[in-house]
Ligand binder design. Structure first.
Ligand code: PMP
Length: 364
């Protein structure tokens, strides 16, 4: 060997490509490509962040105690079952590195979040992709794909980029039919936006079983994407295994402080959820009236499908919107060649996109 060589399979991984951030030549840009909240974080989180910034010479608490305490208190959980991560992305990766290796399989769904595939492959294991039904996780298809090599199953609920939702009865059915050694990962990044009490049932599933975990994030409804804060609720054996390999100080101090303040401000979350609900409905109705096909979403974004005239309409619409300063997300990498995902933004941004797409569709 004449040079350093990555492990087999590493160079087969397509690196994650974040959404566009700029619209060249356009002064006023509305970034609706990464499901960030237009309301920003709670003012209390910003205050806590600033206060913490007065002690940047000190290492953070490696156990993120203040944040885990706050999460446990607000959700009524035991702190021993909570581990925080540098975004939930880190926790998804840790799960793969702890439980998967060469020869193992991880099940993901057709339009699932790309990080799952990257981390399964990063651990040297094989991603097994199963079909969805109507852009929604299909429990029977997952069960049909389980083999003795399966070690992990990833489900996002609500899904990204679809925004669709699997009822808890289906998740329960999946859990009950999975072999006991297979970890079921319930990625609940958008759970706060779901108005049914249903997702709390995910917590119940984790509490009652040794092979179910739930991941959550502060990047969406809490408006703290820049700080990279996620958490996992899991059985203690799983937390213990992950703790053995994680970075010693994986959360920075301002993130710990801001996250703890943010989760204690549930009134702010309520406001953000109510705002989203109102605009999610308005945007979906308006786009449908224009003649676009919108997948019914319960999250803070909508998946817009363009008429399949030449297979290029989504790209044309993307360029048309970008020239006007509206940045949506192309989702070709998620198996949608002729669709765009739009985050629910400010009133001005939402109305602007609707007007621009009306013009694009020749309905102005
Ligand atoms: N899961 C899903 C389904 C997501 O959409 C995202 C963010 N795009 C994440 C996890 C990761 O979130 P974060 O790392 O910011 O916590």
């Amino acid at each position: 060997m004449t040079k350093p060589t990555p492990r087999p399979g590493i160079l087969d991984i397509a690196a994650y490509v974040p959404g566009k951030e700029h619209a060249p030549g356009v002064e006023r840009v509305f970034k609706l490509s990464s499901n960030e909240t237009p309301l920003g974080p709670s003012p209390r989180a910003i205050e806590a962040f600033k206060e913490s910034a007065g002690h940047l010479e000190l290492y953070p608490d490696g156990q993120a105690t203040a944040l885990r305490e706050a999460i446990a208190e607000v959700h009524g959980l035991n702190m021993a079952n909570i581990l925080c991560g540098n975004g939930s992305d880190e926790l998804l990766g840790l799960l793969c590195h702890v439980y998967l290796g060469p020869g193992d399989e991880g099940i993901i769904t057709e339009h699932g979040f790309l990080v799952y595939k990257i981390q399964i492959m990063g651990a040297g294991a094989t991603p097994v992709v199963v079909k969805e039904r109507d852009c929604t996780v299909d429990v029977d298809a997952i069960l049909a794909a389980v083999t003795e090599k399966t070690k992990i199953v990833f489900i996002a609920n609500p899904g990204n980029p679809t925004g669709t939702y699997v009822p808890v009865s289906e998740i329960r059915r999946l859990q009950a039919a999975l072999p006991a050694h297979v970890i079921l990962v319930l990625d609940a990044a958008y759970a706060e936006y779901v108005r049914r009490n249903d997702y709390e049932a995910g917590i119940e599933l984790v509490s009652g079983n040794r092979n179910v975990v739930m991941t959550r994030t502060f990047s969406k409804v809490y408006g703290l994407a820049a700080l990279r804060i996620g958490w996992i609720y899991a059985p203690t054996e799983i937390i213990d295994a992950m703790n053995r390999v994680r970075g010693p100080f994986n959360l920075n101090a301002p993130a710990i402080a801001a996250g703890a303040a943010a989760i204690r401000d549930q009134a702010f979350v309520e406001t953000a959820v109510t705002y989203n609900r109102l605009w999610l409905e308005k945007v979906a109705v308006a786009l449908t009236e224009i003649g676009l096909d919108v997948t019914p979403s319960v999250a803070n974004f909508v998946l817009i499908h363009f008429p399949d005239v030449d297979g290029k309409r989504a790209t044309e619409a993307d360029n048309f919107l970008t020239r006007r300063g509206y940045i949506l997300r192309a989702v070709r990498g998620y198996g949608f060649a002729n669709s765009l995902r739009m985050t629910i933004g400010s009133e001005e941004a939402n109305l602007g996109v609707i007007d621009a797409l009306r013009e694009f569709m020749g309905r102005a």
